[in-house]
Structures are given as C-alpha cells and as structure tokens.
Write a protein that binds this ligand. Sequence first.
Ligand code: F6P
Length: 540
Amino acid sequence: MDPLTSLPAWQALERHSAQVKPLHLRDLFATDPGRAQRFSLEAEGILLDYSKNRITSETVGLLTELAQASNLPGAIEAMFRGDRINITEKRPVLHTALRAPKGSSVMVDGVNVVDGVHEVLDQMSAFANRVRSGEWRGFTGKRIRNVVNIGIGGSDLGPVMAYEALRHYSQRDLILRFVSNVDGTDFAEAIQDLNPEETLFIVASKTFGTLETMTNARSARAWALALLGDEKAVASHFVAVSTHAGRVAEFGIDTANMFGFWDWVGGRYSMDSAIGLSTMIAVGPDNFRAMLAGFHAMDEHFRTAPFHQNLPVLMALLTIWYNNFFEAQALAVLPYDQYLKRFPAYLQQLTMESNGKYVTLSGERANWETSPVYWGEPGTNGQHSFYQMIHQGTKLIPCDFIGFVNSLNPHGPHHDILIANLFAQAEALAFGKTAAEVRAEGNEEWLVPHRVFEGNRPSNMLLADRLTPEMLGKLVALYEHNVFVQGVIWQVDSFDQWGVELGKVLAVRIQPELTGDSQLQHDSSTNALIERYRQARSAG
Ligand code: F6P
C-alpha cells in the first residue's frame, strides 16, 4: 500500500488547499448565486447542504479522486461482502448484515449470516412483546415495570442514545435505566427507587468479560437476590446479550434467556444487533424494525451512489479536507433536537475508537493526522457554552448541524425559535461580521476588534423531515459509513481498539495494591498516589 501522502491525488489536494485557504465564504457565495444548490445533496430523506464549506468544485473533484486512488470502491465491496477487513482481529465487519432484509444473503465461512440475524430478531421481538404486554412476570408474579441495561462502550452508548432519541415512541409505563460506569454511584442511583420484583436486568456485553459490566451485573444480582431471596429468581430478572454463551452460563443466566450476536459485529457498531434489546423493549419490535430499515436504506445509498452524490462519502471527504489540509483538530456535532442529546457521546466512541490510531494497516506509523476530536451538545444549549470558541477562537472547528423540519413536540413558537437558531449559527459562522459592519452599528473604535466575527468557519447542515425510528437508523448509518471512509483513506484498521487495553491491564494490577501492603513498583508518581490513597483510606 502506497503511503497516503505519496498519492498524486493527495499531493494535488495539498497544492489546491494553498489556493483555497485565502478564499472567504463571503466571496464564494457573492460570486456564485448557484452555490447553495450546487453543493447540496438530498438522499434518503436527508438534505445535506455542504455549501458553507471552504471548497470549490475542484475541491470536490480532487477529494473524490483521492477516494478512488485509495480504492474506496473496492473497500466498500470488501466490507459488504464479509472479507476479513478487521485485519488485526482477523474478522469480517458485517454490521450491514444486521439490517439486511430477510431472504438476502451474506456468506461467512459458508453460512448465510442473515438467517441467523433474523432468528435473533424474532427471538428479541417475542421477548420484547412479552415484557411490554406484562406477560413476562417477575419471580413473585409481578409485572416488569423497570428495565435496566447494564453494559459499557458499545453495549451502552448505542442503546442509551437510541432510547433517548426514540423516547417519543416508547411505552411510557416502562422505566428504562442504563448503568455503565464501574463507579458504584451509577448502579446505586439507577436502582435506588426501583422494586426488584418489577425489575428486569439486561446484561449486555459482547465478551461477557468486561470488568465494569461484570461488576455491575454481580451487584445487580446481589441486590435482586437480597430482596427476592431465591437463586431461582435470576431466571425471571436477568437476561443476557452476548457472543459468549459459556460465560453467560457461568454467571448464572440460563442461555435460554440469552440473545446472541457474532464476532463480526464490532461493539460500537452493535446497536442494531441484540445489544439493542432495551431499545426494542422500549419502542416495540415494529419501531425497531423501522429503524433497521432506515439503516439498510443508508447502506444501499452508500454502496451504490456515485461518490459526488454519496452522503457518507462526501461528509468523510470534507472531514479529511479540514483534518489533513487545514490542520483542524476537532469536529463539533450539533443536533438541534433534544432527543438527540446523547448522539454526540455515541459518536465519540464510533469515531474516535474507530479512527484514533497512529498505526497504518501495514504496521507503519502514519505520517498524517487521523481522527479529529468529535464532540458536541444539542442546540441551543451549546450556543451558551462553547460556541464562543467556534466563532472567535483560534482553532478551526468544522461543525455538523442536524435539524428536523417537524418537531415531535410542537409547542407554540418553540420549534421555529429552535430552527431559526440552527440556521442563524451556520450563517454567522460562515459570513461573520466585518469591522465596517461593527462600526456602522456605532461601536467605539477600541471595541471593534472584539465584536468582529471573521467568519469563514465551515459547517454542514443535515436537515430531515422528523426524527422517526427510520430516520435515526439512516443518521447512524450515515456516520458509520462516514467513519469507514475516513479509515480507508487514512489506511487504519477502523474496527480494532488495542489502545484501550493497557489501562485495563494496569488497573487489574493496581486494584489489590490499593488495599494490600505490597511493595509498589510503579513510577514515583503512581507509587505516591497509591500510597496517598492507602493512607487516607486507612485513616478513615
Ligand atoms: O474497552 C473498549 C470496548 O472493548 C469497546 O470496544 C466495547 O464497546 C466495550 O469495551 C464493551 O465491550 P463488551 O460489550 O464486550 O462488554
């Protein structure tokens, strides 16, 4: 594989970026009345207006050439086909098979995995219906009123994001809670007002070996059994979602109450597998399947649309444009919809655990930047917090704005105010306010530099009709494939996560040292911190 920076398409982009950097969006719009139309794309019910980016038509042409030079078409086919593209774990990457329609075929080791996907979906649907209808009873015969998902990373962030996003569609007499942190506070607060007789725990863990999840699951079992008083109660109050039946059984959960998935589903790509059981219980099987249909529609768009009309490809290429040619270090995701309040947190794992890597597929150090820092908050809250830096800070921070034409909660003027703010922020970022405009407002001269907005801050605008389950699926798949394209171009394995391992190993070593009196053999800082903790704890 040729190093990325040696590709002629890359070098052409370097030369081109030097020409584009001095251009201002004010001038690009002023000289081109058709710019908004030319740089807008509508597909799968999503409008992407990318005209407020610091690009010209030549930029788009060169970026798509880079995608071709990086063999993106081949990479897309390899993923959908089930090739072992997660090379360091020697696994296929087939989250797209999780939403493939019944009757379609994706073969792994001679087996059509789509059949298994639909078997599990049917098993989940039957179970979700039993919980929702009250047919599934707790050990003492009471109806389940509370569902607590215990998981972390991809076994938490997807489910909690989807639950919040689809709350409007949820069965309101069921309480959903999510426990992830090993901090006992998370568990304690989640269960403090719950009755174990009415509580179902979903222990969600791909490996069923993750320290945080297993610690929380053991606490949940102890809490439930302390009140229910009989080991047999576990069968009525605990189900598992995992790829690891052996460990599920070892924990004491009957594997009849286990919902399986497969090692070709990455943790951060698993919200539409059985990991989404809590989502399905909350919104019902029909809404869950509508969400899957949305995922699938975006998969098909990604797989078939030409690159210059391909939403995930264009968004990925724009990210590469700023990340690699404008030295942008971050990207803000700003949903103007309260239901998407956990979407940025979900994207943090999806993007940064996937592409936060300095080693390329060939094992060499990348001499180019990889994943930017993704973060965000729902609008308008972010406006009163960190937008100051996006408008007037020294860093270039491209933004993805997300909005919906119709609110699920139309209250008086709220939605128009929300959307006015959404459009206003993108406008303000792009066009800013000149010194002449500030002076014309009658400001004193010394204040002028403080009140000038340079503008030329790029953003994408994603606009859809309303936040439905199907639309959520499309949005998530849009970012999944966006991340995939970035990873292909940066030549990293987007599907492993070796960088999370070392800290886990060291924690296992440190834990007994916190309470024991063993000789400490760390660096002086770590030794001193452990000592300090030991002394303070023993002093009570
Ligand atoms: O430590 C990171 C990670 O492996 C994530 O990739 C994953 O989503 C999370 O831990 C949880 O893993 P599991 O589902 O196996 O408990």
